[in-house]
Write a protein that binds this ligand. Structure first.
Ligand SMILES: [Zn+2]
Length: 240
């Protein structure tokens, strides 16, 4: 994956021309992976689930993070995915093979990615439980799914509103925070449609900045939530 590929000194695509803004950790790109729990007072909706033990050994700490946030997994009845890449869906199953969310009643998967989800053998016991999720669908009084096209065919965000405030959970709109706010035109190797992802990124960043939305990103560094501001040439992110 990109982390390893960036390390290669002879990498054709990046070589010695890594953009100056890019912050590397021991010569590698750090990819934070977040999931977001939305508590409306009586039910908790979880957006994405992390990668469990299916990818990098430094990932898969969602159960510990929920414990730290004092969220009992039994309170999570709805899980919704922004898209079906492994770092978002594999947390349905714990490393020991048990269900991550024993009281799960509703599993929402972007309609266009239902087949992709059902091709994940490790998650076979969830294949029949997956329900299609469409843009415009309301998950509750305060959560609405919205299309954020580009990164994957069904890539979906969630608009959460309360009072006059809006939180936009934007999934994989940004993968490299040290670079892509300042240069939102830079594409990510694993965007399924880089041109569309670029256009969407510019549009959503402008929307968030101009409306003072809070934003939450799957690959923003901790705390993963903040606000967007315009700069002379692009945008900047201020964590909460
Ligand atoms: Zn991702």
């Amino acid at each position: 994956m990109p982390i390893e590929r960036l390390r290669q000194p002879g990498n054709r695509r990046f070589g010695n021309e890594l953009p100056a803004q890019l912050q590397l950790v021991d010569g590698a790109l750090r990819l934070s992976v977040n999931a977001f729990a939305i508590d409306d007072g009586h039910e908790i909706t979880l957006i994405d689930t992390g990668s469990s033990n299916a990818w990098h050994p430094t990932m898969g700490f969602l159960p510990q993070a929920l414990m730290e946030a004092r969220i009992a997994v039994d309170r999570i009845r709805t899980v919704a995915f922004t898209h079906t890449h492994l770092d978002h869906i594999q947390g349905l199953i714990l490393p020991d093979g048990r269900d991550g969310f024993p009281q799960l009643g509703r599993l929402l998967v972007p309609r266009l990615e239902l087949d992709m989800f059902r091709s994940e053998a490790r998650l076979s016991r969830f294949h029949d439980r997956a329900q299609p999720l469409d843009p415009g669908q309301h998950l509750g009084a305060n959560i609405e799914a919205i299309a954020i096209p580009g990164h994957e065919i069904g890539h979906t965000g969630f608009r959460v509103t309360r009072g006059g405030e809006t939180l936009l959970v934007w999934g994989d709109l940004v993968h490299v925070p040290s670079l892509q706010f300042d240069r939102p035109e830079v594409a990510w190797e694993y965007d399924a449609d880089q041109g569309q992802a670029r256009a969407t990124r510019l549009q959503i960043l402008a929307l968030a900045a101009d409306n003072a939305y809070c934003v939450a990103g799957a690959h923003l560094d901790s705390p993963g939530i903040g606000r967007i501001f315009r700069t002379e040439t692009a945008f900047r992110f201020e964590p909460l």
